[in-house]
Design a protein around this ligand. Structure first.
Ligand code: ADP
Ligand code: ZN
Length: 646
């Protein structure tokens, strides 16, 4: 369900940023320097070689001209002569150039050419010093330029060390992104994190410690070293970690577990070392390791074939954490959505011994998150975020963020200045199931099958007492689905009952049964329905003790594994039990199918009517759907009715 919710942390403007960014900056600096040099040399040649090209005459000619009294002035610059002739009436002086013999004085040269002394006295001879500024520049430039480069380089590095960042230490090593406390633009506080009240309360203590460590240390309190943030992806784990850094005004170093392992063997551990070194020198600070399960999986569990690199990286993290002095003021926060696969060594006391669970947001939290992301967005008057929050159970913070963004994109695409409620409603489905594929035209037959399939789901859901009410049916394909039926689940259910599960399975099979009964054939359409419902039936048997045959026994742990310890694939039951489970699952599925069959044949008229309407209009909203139900003698469920039944 997470479409494009990963907002990568951006590096700071100046000091922050990925190291790659700094290298880039350095390159631009060099290019700039080279550009400047080219421009200078260009100007140089404009000044000295430039202007109108003067006629070049031999020295003998010059001697003759002097003897004729034509020459007014000679400028000597090195071996170059610039001769100004007497102007006779004309305004512009005639200038010619010549070269004297190398290494001899001009007067000697001229007297060799038989220039008489008194004629020569009449000429003003001006010796331009060779030792001038440009002369020196010209001679020293080849030696000076590299020095200047080195100077710039050193200056650049020291600025990094002293200044806002510490990347110089990590040149080309740790890939951590850094947000510094004085980076106001990227600062995030608890106010930017909506909901997650418990998590924020837990973390407030950490903020307090980072702000006044003395208070805690003086009283001998043990400071947390590692905090494990656990929650589904997109629930705001990264956001919360950044907010802790922002609240406490400390540096924030972040890296993802997968980045440790990604490129060269042997680099993971050294990256960890660099990262901790940087964080310590910037303390108080926070190190955030996203997706810690990428390095912190149970060792030797055979997942990914016992990766040495991963183990070394993990070991290094543990070594660094164990080596913390109590006054080091560096707190490591790590995020995972798979706490069940973590190596027990990671969660031992003194390491990640604090755990903060972040749940998917409930309705109020969703509204608050929507509110946060509606800052700076112009809304039409009809926008009601409460309704949107009601319609988005199961959405993570990241999903809600994309929803808001999609809404804005829709409005912009249609050249409206304000986002309307309808934009947001349409975005819900887009985020949930991918964009509509209007171009994907169903053939008439496909349309009919899809219409009956969805009508089957919807009808079974409307008749069964414990199923969620339908709020929209559509046969416009989206993502990979040909059509869809949206149910409005009861809000924020923490507990689900066996009766609900059984009804849910029957609803899932409604599409399958409708296809089978009406067309006498089955398409590939219901394959996902079958997967989901079989998995649910299996969980009822193996995890929730909801089968009469096995009674109250959990045959499997969380997600098919036991917490912290056994690797995947460890079954705790025999082959015999395994086949009993299979037959129990088959029985549940079979009963659910019978239930669906009964409903669909009893309400055949309603089924036809829903399918026909769908073929005509493609999408039916809740109001119209309920009208069809009433017309066929089915009383639509009110949400409250179901709440009573649970
Ligand atoms: P995680 O690290 O848990 O996968 P992120 O922290 O990266 O999730 O969240 C992704 C984005 O979702 C955030 O940048 C933010 O825009 C949005 N988001 C998630 N949770 C919240 C929340 N509680 N309040 C506001 N925005 C949130
Ligand atoms: Zn279906």
């Amino acid at each position: 369900m997470n479409l494009f919710n990963k907002t990568p942390l951006k590096g700071g403007k100046k000091g922050g940023g990925m190291l790659g960014g700094n290298n880039m900056k350095f390159l631009t600096q060099i290019t700039n320097a080279i550009l400047v040099i080219i421009i200078i040399s260009f100007l140089f040649s404009m000044f000295f070689g430039g202007g109108v090209k003067s006629e070049n005459i031999p020295v003998s000619q010059l001697a003759t001209d002097i003897n004729l009294g034509l020459v007014k002035e000679i400028k000597v610059s090195g071996d170059n002569l610039s001769i100004t002739y007497n102007t006779l009436g004309t305004t512009t002086p005639v200038v010619k150039i010549s070269q004297k013999e190398i290494g001899t004085a001009l007067t000697d040269t001229l007297s060799n050419y038989k220039v008489s002394q008194d004629k020569l006295d009449a000429v003003k001879i001006d010796i331009v010093s060779d030792q001038g500024f440009w002369y020196w520049v010209g001679n020293l430039a080849p030696y000076l330029l590299p020095l200047i480069f080195i100077g710039i380089f050193i200056w650049y590095l020291t600025r990094q060390i002293k200044g806002p960042g510490m990347q110089a230490f990590s040149f080309g090593q740790s890939k951590a992104r850094i947000i510094l406390p004085n980076d106001k633009k990227q600062r995030i506080t608890f106010a930017d994190v909506a909901g997650a009240k418990e998590a924020k309360e837990e973390l407030a203590e950490v903020v307090d410690f980072l702000k006044n460590p003395k208070k805690f240390l003086e009283i001998g309190a043990k400071i947390p070293k590692g905090i494990l943030l656990m929650g589904a992806s997109g629930t705001g784990k990264t956001l919360l970690a950044r907010a802790v850094a922002g609240e406490a005004n400390v540096a924030f170093f972040s890296i993802s577990g997968s980045e440790f392992v990604e490129m060269f063997v042997g680099i993971g551990a050294s990256r960890v070392r660099d990262l901790f070194k940087m964080a310590k020198s910037a303390s108080p600070s926070i190190i955030f390791i996203d997706e810690i399960d990428a390095v912190g999986r149970v060792r030797g569990a055979g997942m990914g074939g016992g990766n040495d690199e991963r183990e070394q990286t993990l070991n290094q993290i543990l070594v660094e954490m164990d080596g913390f002095e109590p006054n080091e003021k560096v707190i490591v926060m790590a995020a995972t959505n798979r706490p069940d696969v973590l190596d027990p060594a990671l969660v031992r006391p003194g390491r990640f011994d604090r755990r903060v669970v972040i749940d998917l947001p409930d309705r109020n939290d969703r509204e608050a998150i929507l509110q946060v992301h509606s800052r700076e967005k112009p809304f039409g008057e009809d926008v009601n975020l409460k309704v949107i929050a009601e319609r988005t159970p199961g959405f993570s913070g990241a999903d809600l963020y994309s929803l808001m963004n999609e809404g804005a994109i829709l409005a912009a695409r249609e050249n409206r200045k304000k986002i309307s409620q309808f934009d947001l409603v349409r975005s819900i489905e887009k985020v949930m199931m991918g964009p509509e594929r209007k171009s994907h035209l169903l053939s008439k037959k496909e349309k009919e099958i899809t219409a009956y399939h969805e009508a089957g789901h919807a009808l079974v859901a409307s008749v069964l007492p414990f199923a969620d009410p339908v709020h929209k049916i559509s046969i416009i394909s989206r993502g990979r689905a040909a059509g869809y039926t949206l149910k409005l689940p009861l809000e924020d259910r923490k507990l689900q009952s066996k009766k609900e599960f059984l009804d849910d399975i029957a609803v899932s099979l409604g599409g399958y049964v409708a296809e089978k009964n009406i067309f006498g054939d089955i398409t590939t359409g219901p394959s996902n329905d079958l997967q989901v419902s079989s998995a649910l039936a299996r969980e009822m048997v193996t995890r929730y003790g909801m089968s009469d045959k096995f009674g109250p026994i959990a045959l499997e742990g969380d997600g098919g594994k036991t917490m912290f310890g056994h690797g995947v694939g460890d079954r705790e039951y025999s082959d015999k039990v395994s086949s009993q489970i299979d037959s129990e699952v088959a029985r549940i599925m079979d009963e659910a199918m019978k239930k669906a069959e009964t409903i669909l044949s009893e309400h055949r008229k309603a089924l036809d009517s829903i399918a026909k309407t769908l073929m005509e209009v493609e999408t039916i909203e809740r109001d119209n759907f309920e009208k069809i139900l009433v017309a066929n003698g089915i009383i639509p469920k009110k949400k409250q009715d179901i709440e009573h039944q649970v």
